[in-house]
Design a protein around this ligand. Structure first.
Ligand code: SAH
Ligand code: SF4
Length: 411
């Protein structure tokens, strides 16, 4: 809890919008090869004239250069013919999303604000945030799946920003590649010297879909990206080290388990429907009982593969000991971990974080029921990088555009 009451020290910030505008990544004529499925890579390579019998070999080579070595151009791809390398450089790109700003917290947490391509309907490009949280034995990358969110959980900063658009698979994987670039997390690359990076071979050992957006409302792109993240020819991050957090899009939960099979976290936050309806309004559609039923049936669930239940501690709202007891009663029989998240305030937020003594008392009830170390230490609060503080300044949509965005979400 060291970050709770200590004033933030100055942060590093790099902002050069003109430089970003001049980068080659702004060239939309180049097709990005990041985040493509094998079939999509095959189609791009065929367009460049690669013959059918060479496709498999070329796809394997490309994936190795992109995801194992972190290539940003075709230049280092020494086992690819010079002609094909020229074609790749002239017609495709491996550019990362441009960084609008980078901040490093006093606790070593890093936050990048990234610029994405606009759809031409607005003169401001959409932006998303990616956060890196280092610990001594692991490094967790928290990635975004949407610009904004269609849901409006009352305690969440992202929830105050309307959905602008879903991220593509390339933009989701691009966040990982960019973080690995910045952390020197490629073979032979140099690690940054400012801030903590865990010991061990990899700076990023875990991925959590806990940034901006509701990942199950962008199912296909998030799935394609996470399959590449887990693939041995991709980022090779084990599915046990990838966690998708959802506010409770019940029909998509079994599908995610079957088709992607990562770890799951549920933003529960309340033990009664009346309160959850208010805090997490999607509860009006899929109430607590339906959500827990989907959890009980989550494919592959076992004591070794538990669901994490997230519970944000809101002073006087959901933090009574009666609620703590009800929480453990509700979760009985589900292989579960409980994560109590001290509420992270943001400008204008309508709640306060529970008192630390109350969090401890609540945690004790949870502990006694057999759940270990349930309180999550807030990280990166001084740079607004903690859970629920992410919000980019992307343009708000007009009402008509917003309705179109809402319609994309499987209802
Ligand atoms: N949309 C998904 C994932 C992104 S939010 C979801 O809701 O699960 C990631 C986690 O941060 C969720 O558990 C969310 O409820 C929590 N969160 C949101 N705002 C918060 C805040 N201000 N303080 C603490 N946690 C917050
Ligand atoms: Fe969206 Fe999750 Fe925030 Fe709710 S908590 S508004 S689902 S990002």
């Amino acid at each position: 809890m060291a970050t709770l009451n200590t004033p933030p020290r100055p942060v590093t910030e790099i902002t050069d919008r003109q430089e970003i505008a001049n980068r080659p990544s702004a060239n939309l004529e180049h097709v990005s090869l990041i985040g493509l499925s094998d079939a999509e890579l095959a189609s791009e390579l065929t367009n460049l004239g690669v013959s059918q019998h060479q496709l498999r070999m070329r796809i394997a080579q490309l994936k190795r250069w992109i995801y194992v070595h972190g290539a940003t151009t075709a230049d280092p791809m020494t086992d690819v013919s010079k002609d094909l390398r020229n074609l790749l450089d002239n017609h495709t790109t491996l550019a990362r999303p441009p960084i609008v700003s980078e901040q490093v917290s006093r606790d070593g947490t890093r936050k990048w604000l990234l610029r994405l391509a606009g759809d031409g309907t607005s003169n401001r490009a959409p932006e998303v945030e990616t956060v890196y949280i280092p610990e001594t034995d692991r490094g967790t990358l928290c990635i975004s799946s949407q610009v904004g969110c269609t849901l409006s959980c009352t305690f969440c900063h992202t929830g105050t920003q309307r959905l602008v658009r879903n991220l593509t698979s390339g933009e989701i994987i691009g966040q990982i590649l960019l973080a690995r670039d910045k952390l020197g997390d490629w073979p032979g690359a140099e690690r940054p010297t400012d801030g903590l990076i865990p010991d061990g071979e990899r700076a990023i050992t875990n991925i959590v879909l806990m940034g901006m957006g509701e990942p199950l409302y962008n199912f296909d792109s998030v799935k394609q990206a996470m399959l590449i993240a887990a693939d041995g020819d991709g980022q090779s991050v084990s599915k046990r080290r990838i966690t998708l957090s959802t506010s409770g899009i019940v029909p998509q939960i079994p599908r995610w388990g079957d088709e992607a099979g990562t770890m799951l976290a549920i933003s529960l936050h309340a033990v009664r429907d009346v309160l959850r309806d208010e805090l997490v309004p999607i509860n009006r559609k899929w109430p607590i009982a339906a959500l827990l039923e989907a959890c009980r049936n989550y494919p592959g669930l076992s004591n070794a593969k538990r669901i994490t239940f997230e519970y944000v501690m809101l002073k006087g709202i959901n933090d009574s000991l009666a609620e703590a007891k009800e929480l453990v009663r509700l979760l009985a029989g589900i292989p579960a971990k409980i994560n109590l998240i001290p509420f992270n305030p943001w400008p204008g937020s309508p709640y306060e974080c529970s008192d630390w003594e109350q969090i401890e008392r609540f945690a004790e009830v949870v502990n006694k029921a057999g759940y270990a170390s349930p309180v999550r230490t807030p990280r990166g609060r001084d740079i607004m990088a903690a859970c629920g503080q992410l919000k980019s300044a992307s343009t708000r949509l007009r009402a008509s555009e917003r309705r179109a965005g809402d319609a994309e979400a499987p209802a």
